[in-house]
Ligand binder design. Sequence first.
Ligand SMILES: [Zn+2]
Length: 95
Amino acid sequence: MRHTKGHTRNRRSHHALTAPRISSCPDCGASHLRHRVCETCGKYRGKQVIDVVAKIEKKNTRLKDKARKMGIDPGEAKEKEEKKATPKKKTTLKK
Ligand SMILES: [Zn+2]
């Protein structure tokens, strides 16, 4: 059945995207999605949820292994990635 421009446009009038709800972390000040853990410090509502330092170290070792397999000097690759991966504030996991 033919659908008119009007019917198509009426249907699509509900398809608008909304801006993501972003709030700033009370611990480190970085912006993050509301009701989600802060990816910079790994905290949610003041509680340490993700061990960010351990995660970065794991990533660095993975990259080092990859660089070694490809025959590149691992020190070179690590220096590049450390600049990117280092968080603004380093926190330690408290229990
Ligand atoms: Zn944070």
